[in-house]
Design a protein around this ligand. Structure first.
Ligand code: SF4
Length: 369
């Protein structure tokens, strides 16, 4: 390529060659990058939605060990699936994985969709995931554009538009698609290389590491000194704060759990009984358990916790109580092993730890007797 041509090309047009060379030398060795089998690639992409690579690695290995094929996932008992997902959050991802696995086995004879449109039609698969799987598994030149890629492209092209605007995202997708290599073996790694650039070099929350970047020579954001101010994002709406009162109820060496509703936040998972609204004082907390057919026998502790969801923040006050009474049918009373089998979302981590401590202490106590 002549120098003349190079200077007239846009930064995006100049990107693929040095980016792929850099990726092949420097990329992190991640297990889903060692395969072109769409099943594990798809599982990794779903897990990586909203979750960092380091957090996903262990879950990915355990998940594929438990469900090594799309058929095994389709047949998995839901509780086992959710238990394996416990701690990753956004549980609808796990349910959608299984719905998609059932669709693939029942309606497609186990054959994975091998086009962008076919992948996009699967439950839980959006534009980004369909492109990521289409390229990594089938070598199709479909650009996958997430926050990492938007950030890198905005800096590279010195784009001052709001990257949260869907029209801007659409434009970026088209622009990246136009320069994406057509050769299957390059298309296969191009999206991964873009993600790697955004995740390890053109990083969020700090100055980009331009000294290590394969695009430094022609990056407009770096050359014009604007990179650190990009990308532009309009202010997000603050999270809605929700106060909740959580009850860790212990009766005869067992702890009460109940199922969350089948729809909405954390649908169908297990939780400690809780009520909406600010916490009552200790006396009214004891009264409140009467609603579950229980009587407070001993007041133990008050534990506060906070959990951030995408749009909501829970501020929780927990009451740890020893109780008596038959209890409402909605309550499931579990011992230590029973608790370990139930998928309890990490929003309740502090109460889960307390329940485990109580059950452990209870076991010791019973042994002593
Ligand atoms: Fe990002 Fe710097 Fe690379 Fe530009 S040169 S793409 S700002 S890391």
């Amino acid at each position: 390529m002549s120098d003349m041509k190079k200077t007239t090309e846009s930064p995006l047009e100049r990107l693929p060659e040095p980016l792929l060379a850099w990726y092949r030398l420097r990329a992190r060795d991640l297990p889903w990058r060692r395969t072109s089998d769409p099943y594990p690639i798809w599982v990794s992409e779903i897990m990586l939605q909203q979750t960092r690579v380091a957090a996903v690695l262990g879950y990915y290995a355990r998940f594929l060990e438990a469900f090594p094929s799309v058929e095994a996932l389709a047949q998995a008992p839901e509780d086992r699936l959710l238990k394996l997902w416990e701690g990753l959050g956004y549980y609808s991802r796990a349910r959608n994985l299984q719905r998609a696995a059932r669709l693939i086995t029942e309606e497609r004879g186990g054959r994975f969709p091998d086009t962008y449109e076919g992948l996009l039609a699967l439950p839980g698969v959006g534009d980004y995931t369909a492109s990521a799987v289409a390229s990594a598994a089938f070598g199709l030149p479909e650009p996958a554009v997430d926050g990492n890629v938007l950030r890198a492209v905005a800096r590279l092209t010195d784009c001052r538009d709001d990257v949260l605007d869907p029209a801007v995202k659409k434009r970026v997708r088209a622009a990246v698609g136009a320069v994406m290599p057509r050769r299957a073996e390059d298309a296969r790694v191009f999206n991964q290389a873009m993600m790697e650039l955004g995740a390890t070099v053109c990083i969020p929350g700090g100055p980009p590491r331009c000294g290590e970047c394969p695009a430094a020579e022609f990056c407009r954001g770096r050359l014009r000194g604007t990179a650190e101010t990009l990308p532009v994002r309009r202010a997000k709406k603050p999270r809605r704060v929700e106060e909740r009162t959580v009850y860790v109820l212990e009766r005869d060496g067992r702890i009460a759990l109940r199922r969350r509703p089948e729809t909405g936040l954390l649908a169908g998972l297990w939780e400690f009984p809780n009520t909406e609204g600010p916490p009552p004082d200790a006396a009214s907390a004891a009264d409140a358990v009467a609603d579950w057919g229980l009587t407070a026998a001993e007041w133990r502790e008050k534990l506060t916790a906070r959990h951030l969801f995408t749009h909501v923040e829970w501020r929780m006050t927990g009451y740890v109580l020893r109780v008596r009474g038959p209890g409402a049918p909605e309550l499931l009373w579990v011992d230590g092993p029973g608790l370990a089998e139930c998928a309890v979302p990490s929003a309740f981590a502090r109460y889960y730890a307390e329940a485990r401590r109580l059950l452990g202490a209870e076991t010791e106590h019973q042994r002593d007797r």
